[in-house]
Design a protein around this ligand. Structure first.
Ligand code: NDP
Length: 334
């Protein structure tokens, strides 16, 4: 397959590129600048580079940002849209909402208009597009939606992020319903994603948001107390998330599905810290002496069965994921 993958400088995207290449596919990734494109390319061997290139898409909040990027010769078979801002240091919710929503609708429109060979689009949505943090359902699955309103989106950066993913994913499914394009849609909805940091990471200050909590633990930021888990007790390893994106492109049956991509075990920050202390005793003094899980006894259920049955994901354990994340952070200078 020839794949267009957006947000190629990102954490999840870099692992998606690895898996697409390992499985013999060609990838054109988008980045905001030539410098970012060159940095990402340097991580791959010369033999892989014959199947890998980049195009520049400066700002996905521009409605026509993808109009040229979707055109290619030979043409694309599949598009994977991972680009979307995941950060909480914002001064206006639009900084998250506009790129998420306009980026998603913009790429779908561009494909329909100019890339008739594309048969499937995979959008990286999120578990937060399913999550109701103040009133959890008894069980989360591929049919659960976050009921967040535009008013709630404006209340704080966390809400703005959750709304950006919810509204963007809704817009994608609405597009499918009203525009009837030639392609089908798959969304991948992971919760907190841990895993080895991207090889192209310049500095630990630039670490992606979900791995930042493990970096912060290693820095001793939570020595006097771990932050609460804020209702998100699900997680996945980035290598499983990446494989899910690739399988979503390869497996016919995945079409029109929304996959809750969550590992089999629940997690709390205390569980993550406990794994660090047990496996890296030299780091124990960076973490609280007493670790207490805030996982509620009546925690919600979740259904990841379609990801196992259709995408054949065999989830990594929290221990393996945290250990590999910490090793990669130490290699990166933590
Ligand atoms: P990263 O921050 O590492 O990657 C985000 C990517 O989006 C970067 O390549 C970034 O480019 C690009 N991007 C953001 N805003 C724009 C813009 N306005 N124009 C062009 N490109 C832009 O995050 P992750 O890899 O963690 O996230 C990737 C996707 O996965 C996102 O859609 C996120 O919402 C989703 N997700 C992540 C989870 C996690 O725990 N990590 C969980 C669930 C979903 P640049 O680096 O140049 O800014």
């Amino acid at each position: 397959m020839k794949v267009l993958l957006t947000g190629g400088s990102g954490f999840i995207a870099s692992h998606c590129i690895d898996v697409f290449l390992q499985r013999g596919h060609s990838v054109v990734f988008t980045v905001r600048s030539a410098a970012k494109g060159q940095t990402a390319l340097r991580n791959y061997s010369e033999s892989s580079q014959s199947k890998l290139s980049y195009v520049i898409v400066e700002d996905i909040a521009e409605p026509t940002a993808f109009d040229e990027a979707v055109k290619s010769d030979p043409p694309f078979d599949v598009v994977v849209h991972t680009a979307s801002p995941f950060r909480l240091n914002i001064s206006d919710p639009k900084e998250l909402l506009s790129p998420a929503i306009i980026g998603t609708t913009g790429i779908l429109k561009a494909i329909k208009k100019s890339a008739p060979s594309v048969r499937r689009v995979i959008v990286t949505s999120s578990f937060v597009a399913m999550l109701s943090p103040t009133k959890h359902p008894r069980r989360y699955d591929g049919a659960t939606w976050n009921p967040i309103s535009p008013e709630e989106a404006a209340q704080n950066p966390g809400n703005a992020y959750r709304a950006s993913k919810t509204f963007a994913e809704r817009a994608a499914w609405d597009f499918m319903e009203h525009e009837h394009p030639n392609f089908d849609l798959v969304t991948i909805n992971p919760p907190v994603v841990f895993g080895p940091v991207a090889a192209c990471l310049n500095s630990l200050n630039d670490i992606n948001t979900s791995n930042a909590r493990i970096r912060n633990m290693l820095r001793g930021d939570f020595k006097n107390g771990l932050p609460g888990s804020l209702g998100v007790y699900l997680w996945a390893d980035v290598r499983d998330v990446a494989l899910a994106h690739v399988k979503a492109a390869e497996v016919q049956q995945a079409g029109d599905k929304r996959f809750l991509l969550a590992a089999n075990e629940y997690m709390s920050n205390a569980d993550v810290a406990g794994i660090i202390v047990e496996n890296f005793p030299e780091l124990a003094d960076k973490l609280p002496a007493k670790l207490e899980s805030d996982l509620p006894a009546d925690v919600y259920a979740f259904d990841n069965s379609e990801s196992k049955e259709i995408l054949e994901i065999e989830y990594r354990t929290l221990k393996d994921s945290v250990v590999d994340t910490v090793k990669s952070l130490i290699r990166a200078g933590a």
